[in-house]
Design a protein around this ligand. Structure first.
Ligand code: ALA
Length: 867
């Protein structure tokens, strides 16, 4: 059985037993309590476990792509060194949300592995949580597993998604690869027993303070590692020998020129290349870019780690693109979107490799120098320089050092980073806000009344019932008029999918409130953030809820405009353009997307033209709700990072743009009005941001620009069309006036210089004079001009450039034995200052201009002149 066969066998087994088949969720999870990357099949079902949403099916199965780097489950250090750890892997799973529990889960798993997959029962071992007598009894009495092959363990048999969140005792299935009697999985620390399936009895929600709360229901969450199960079924020693890895290892062999199996250390490197090839490919495909933060940093570290492995195996040429290509060849059948994004993914990794390769060699030799000089520890500044100048993620430095049993001075590194952060004043700006504990009340509301009925696609004003009025979290007594209002039905759109929330009013027989914003308190529950302006509003009342229609219309124009823009960008730049975020507000729209360089002005114009062509064609916009698979057939684009259910809403904005979207839209494209891009720029590596306007906002902008141009033209007394010529003319005039002024000033200085020099012959070539109102620079210019006159040996000028300031300058001609700085040293002290050390041309300043004459007299005395 190959990988495709196993994926199919698993999901159809469960589908035949009443499970809905869910597609793999993206690697970027959606729920606020989810980990950084999707680390298990259960992540996408968090709202069902936590009781925030009612699951559409009580039984589900899926094949989920997972990444385990960072967070509670992080396997990167083990990759390549064991037969079974990967940064990217696929998890086969089945779920029960309050349906079957321990007995059902255990019976299903046993049936699948022993009957459908044909594993010999004699080779199977199971473990249960140390106190879980119930599970142990089911295995023994109901299934018939001999008691000696049921073992108990502590933390290893208690699975948790992260430091907080859903968790519960679990029972694991193991396959014995060995011969003869053995100690069993709990006592064996080698690789004899392959743990291939984990059945979690999900009952608790771990709180930040460590306590366990009961989940609303008792659930089942299972996960079988596709790669591990495959290695068992294919009768091979390790995951690396399955059909999921052999072709990748072969590619790594071809690229490095090393044979797999010849040298254990080289093998580790080849396996790391095969492993990282998969994780980088899938991460970029799901919208992650190499950057210095969060997910982007993890990706950067993966790519750089792979490049460094390749480099040490002697590879001088780019390797990541060919590894990505091999991965896609292998995985595209199961994940067809990889093929669509192939050239984009290759481009992203190639550019990251190129960036790193340019400094890799110098960085490695710097590190090598430290290590071979016998360093016991890599100092903080060295680790920092490797990071900052050579692009070595500190984890990489740590790994290379650890290979030589050397540590990194973590505190020193952190301090150096901190200093840099302070310097670039970036500190404190980042870090997402703490997600406060979910308020029980919201859950109760959903439980009692079900999700809010959103009627805003059709209605602007609706009659509704007030379900609850709560004080805004954190409001004090004097602000009690700030409330959160919950209705059974509402025309107010709750902020989501980039579209901002509606504003408007809610009235009842006894009061009126202004709605300032609408958000989802928990998914599906519309929260109207309002201020009560008249009387009171209380639960149970009938209310009239009315949105601000003009504002919503503007939002509609921008939202449909965003879809057209997305479509046009893909037409002009290519299908690698993926939405990475958007903001749909009444006055403008913002669209962030993946693309590797600035757009040219031709590209921007082309995008605008395409979008406006569609707008002028005035094609209708419609929304249909269809099963996800049907939406895929329609070619609908799903927004990156969004979560969608089984039935999705597809917006067809005219005949070209088809996207999944829950937002509000115009009825026909013509209603959007003129669409204009107002700016395009970078917001990170391979990430661009566009601002644009539609409808009257475009008109407002046009008027504003007209006014600015009109005012400028008026000032220049030109017609707007001749503005550029008029400005050029004025600039030329200005330049020639400046040249003239400069020439005149120079002539005046030369004149003054000649006058001053005239007196010099009487004083044996020395000039000492006072000139007020000139700054230091002008005094210097005058002094050098005087020095240039025939017969002048030395010039000392003093003056007060401004109130409270004194300036002195000395210039000495070549061939005299006078030293300019010495000449004015005493004088400078007299005016309360000091000055430069230059022997030919020295300047000094002070702040006691009242003693300037005295200071100049001291210079005369020094030169032996009469005062
Ligand atoms: N969520 C469980 C795991 O990842 C099944 O092992």
């Amino acid at each position: 059985m190959d990988a495709n066969g196993l994926r199919r066998a698993f999901t159809s087994f469960f589908a035949d037993r009443g499970h809905a088949v869910a597609p793999s969720a993206p690697l970027i999870p959606h729920h606020p309590r989810a980990p950084l990357f999707t680390n298990a099949g259960m992540n996408q079902f968090l709202p069902y476990f936590l009781g925030e949403e009612v699951p559409p099916h009580a039984r589900v199965t899926s094949v989920q792509k997972c990444v385990r780097i960072r967070g509670k489950h992080d396997d990167i250090e083990n990759v390549g060194r064991t037969s079974r750890h990967h940064t990217f892997f696929e998890m086969l799973g089945n779920w029960s949300f309050g349906d079957y529990f321990k007995e059902g889960a255990i019976a299903l798993a046993w049936e699948l592995v022993t009957e459908d997959l044909g594993l010999e029962p004699d080779r199977l071992w199971v473990t249960v949580y140390e106190t879980d007598d119930e599970a142990a009894a089911i295995w023994r009495d109901r299934i018939g597993v001999p008691a000696e092959r049921i073992q108990r363990a502590g933390v290893d048999n208690f699975w948790e998604m992260g430091d907080t969140g859903p968790c519960g005792p679990c029972s694991e299935l193991f396959y014995d690869r060995g011969m003869g009697p053995g100690p069993g999985p709990v006592r064996d620390d080698g690789e004899r027993y392959v743990e291939f399936w984990n059945l979690v009895f999900m009952q608790y929600d771990r709180q930040p303070d460590g306590t366990l709360l009961d989940l609303p229901k008792r659930n089942v969450d299972t996960g079988a590692g596709l790669e591990r199960l495959l290695s068992v079924l294919q009768g091979v020693e390790s995951n690396w020998d399955t059909d999921l890895f052999r072709p990748l290892i072969a590619e790594a062999e071809a690229a490095t020129g090393h044979d797999y199996g010849a040298d254990p250390e080289v093998d580790v490197g080849l396996r790391i290349l095969a492993d990282h090839a998969r994780s980088m490919t899938f991460l970029v495909n799901d919208g992650v870019f190499p950057t210095n933060e969060d997910r982007g940093y993890v990706l950067r570290r993966l790519i750089r780690r792979a490049v460094r492995q390749a480099y040490q195996l002697g590879v001088e040429n780019p390797i990541t693109p060919r590894l990505v290509q091999a991965t896609i060849d292998l995985m595209a059948e199961a994940y067809p979107d990889l093929r669509v994004n192939q050239s984009f993914i290759e481009g992203v990794v190639a550019r990251e490799e190129e960036r790193f390769r340019s400094t890799l060699r110098s960085g490695l030799s710097m590190l090598e120098e430290e290590l071979s000089a016998g360093a016991k520890i890599i100092s903080g500044p060295v680790a920092f320089r490797l990071h900052d100048t050579h692009g070595f993620p500190v984890e990489l430095t740590r790994e290379i050092a650890a290979e030589r049993h050397v540590e990194v001075d973590e505190a020193g590194f952190a301090a150096a980073m901190e200093r840099q952060r302070e310097l670039s004043k970036e500190g404190g700006k980042k870090e997402a806000g703490e997600q406060g504990p979910l308020r029980e009340t919201y859950r109760d509301l959903i439980e009692e009344f079900g999700p809010t009925d959103f009627v805003g696609y059709r209605e602007n004003e609706s009659t509704a019932r007030v379900l609850a009025v709560l004080p805004v979290a954190g409001a004090n007594d004097s602000e009690l008029r700030h409330v959160e209002i919950f209705l059974d039905r509402t025309p107010f759109y709750a902020e989501g999918g980039g579209q901002i929330g509606d504003t408007g009013t809610i009235r009842t027989a006894t009061g009126m409130a202004n709605v300032l914003d609408t958000t989802a308190a928990v998914p599906g529950l519309h929260r109207h953030l309002a201020v009560v302006l008249e009387g009171v509003i209380s639960a149970g009342q009938v209310a009239t809820a009315a949105i601000d229609v003009d504002r919503r219309d503007a939002i509609r124009r921008n939202h449909t405009g965003t879809h057209l823009l997305h479509w046009a960008l893909r037409e002009v730049l290519g299908p690698h353009v993926k939405q990475a975020g958007s903001l749909v507000a009444p006055d403008r729209l913002r669209f962030d997307f993946s693309h590797y360089g600035p757009m040219t002005s031709e590209e921007l114009e082309r995008v605008e033209d395409l979008a406006n062509e569609r707008i002028l064609a005035d094609e209708p916009v419609d929304a249909v709700s269809v099963p996800r698979a049907e939406a895929d057939r329609m070619g609908a684009i799903a927004f990156f990072g969004e979560k969608y259910g089984d039935v999705v809403r597809v917006i067809r904005a005219g005949n070209r743009s088809t996207e999944l979207c829950g937002g509000t839209h115009v009825a026909a494209l013509g209603q959007i009005g003129p669409l204009k891009i107002t700016s395009e720029g970078s917001i990170g590596a391979n990430l661009r941001r566009i601002f644009a306007t539609t409808g009257t906002a475009t008109l407002d902008r046009l008027r504003h620009d007209e006014q600015v141009i009109g005012r400028a033209a008026e000032l220049l007394r030109a017609q707007p069309d001749e503005l550029a010529t008029a400005i050029e003319r004025r600039l030329a005039e200005l330049r020639s006036a400046q040249d003239e002024l400069k020439a005149m000033r120079q002539a005046a200085v030369r004149d003054q210089a000649r006058q001053l020099a005239g007196a010099a012959s009487a004083d044996g070539g020395a000039v000492v004079a006072r000139r007020d109102g000139m700054d230091q620079k002008q005094l210097q210019e005058l002094a050098t001009n005087v020095r240039a006159e025939p017969g002048v040996r030395v010039v000392v000028l003093g003056g007060s450039p401004a109130a409270g300031k004194a300036a002195l300058v000395a210039a000495v001609a070549k061939g005299t034995d006078l030293v300019a700085s010495d000449l004015i040293a005493d004088a400078a002290r007299i005016v309360g200052g000091g000055g430069g050390r230059n022997p030919d041309l020295a300047a000094a300043g002070g702040n006691d201009p009242g003693r300037l004459d005295e200071a100049l007299a001291s210079v005369r005395a020094k030169l032996g002149l009469e005062s």
